[in-house]
Design a protein around this ligand. Structure first.
Ligand code: SF4
Length: 302
């Protein structure tokens, strides 16, 4: 089983906590799509295309900033180069990009799973994290998804924010469960280097939440979601039966996956010594002089 992760690096604005690679300029989107399609085309005939692909995941950044025409062209090129027998085709979305028409067009492209970053329904929290959407947009987006033909979707929440109380976290959970989502991922806010949040902490403008309080919130969240009938099948992920993320399972199983786009990485096990040699053969002069293991690591990082 193999998966493909496609990184789309565009974002409307910078969330204060985010250390992923992203750009907030939007004028290069079409050039990017063409470069990504060229990257996919360059893989034609390589060993990576011999394995059937069971899952493709469009992550970001914010993939929903691309048009469905652009997304469709990327998928068409993936179909041309790889053998896709997909159990899952996921796209990450932000609430301010969700409309009934866009959802329908995504379905027409072949997407069958949405991952939406709500993070919180609290205006205070959304402003603090500098999210691009507000509470009203988050609620409307969930209404639109529930009314659409997407039955398989997941919503991200963030807890452990400075000054966030357990009561506020419970409000977020209860509000989200009004929509009865089949899958939720919830992450503790972390302070990453070189982010606006880290700078705010460094300057003493923000005091991080106490570790014990964050741990208590994690326990509270887990108990609440389990009480709502979701199974905690990963540290941060909860799902109803049959809605566990198939793409992530490839990672946990140490299956092969390819990362495409600027901020993605890959992981690939050569099946045979010949394949291992082939990955480092004359066509890959860059890898010469490295040990097999060094070369494979270099290859998947390149
Ligand atoms: S939308 Fe996602 S990728 Fe973009 S800045 Fe916010 S957290 Fe980072």
């Amino acid at each position: 089983m193999s998966g493909i992760y496609v990184h789309i690096p565009f974002c409307k604005q910078a969330c204060s906590y985010c250390d992923f690679y992203f750009v907030t300029k939007s004028d290069q989107k079409e050039n990017f799509v063409q470069a990504l399609i060229a990257e996919i085309a360059a893989l034609e005939g390589q060993v990576f295309t011999e394995e059937v692909v069971k899952s493709v995941y469009f992550g970001g950044g914010t993939p929903s900033l691309l048009t469905t025409d652009q997304l469709g062209r990327i998928i068409t090129e993936l179909e041309r180069v790889f053998t896709l027998e997909l159990d899952e085709l996921t796209i990450e979305m932000n609430p301010d990009n969700v409309t009934p028409d866009y959802l329908k067009a995504l379905k027409d492209c072949g997407f069958d799973r949405i991952s939406m970053g709500v993070q919180s329904f609290s205006e205070k929290s959304l402003n603090f994290m500098n999210r691009a959407h507000n509470r009203t947009q988050a609620l409307q987006a969930l209404e639109d998804i529930v009314a659409s033909s997407f039955q398989n979707y997941t919503v991200d929440l963030i807890y452990g924010q400075p000054d966030q109380t357990s009561a506020e976290l419970l409000e977020d959970i209860d509000q989200l469960m009004v929509f009865n989502p089949p899958h939720i991922s919830a992450y503790a806010l972390t302070i990453e280097h070189n982010t606006r949040l880290a700078k705010q902490v460094e300057l003493g403008r923000v005091k991080p939440a106490d570790d014990d309080e964050v741990a208590d919130q994690m326990d509270l969240l887990a108990r609440s979601l389990v009480n709502y009938g979701l199974d905690r099948y990963e540290v941060s992920s909860f799902a109803k039966a049959g809605f566990q993320a198939k793409h992530n399972q490839i990672y946990w199983d140490h299956g092969n996956y390819l990362g495409l786009g600027p901020g993605a990485h890959s992981f690939w096990w050569p099946k045979t010594p010949v394949e291992k040699e082939g990955l480092m053969g004359d066509d890959a002069g860059f890898f010469k002089g490295l040990s097999s293991e060094q070369a494979i690591v270099a290859m998947v990082q390149s």
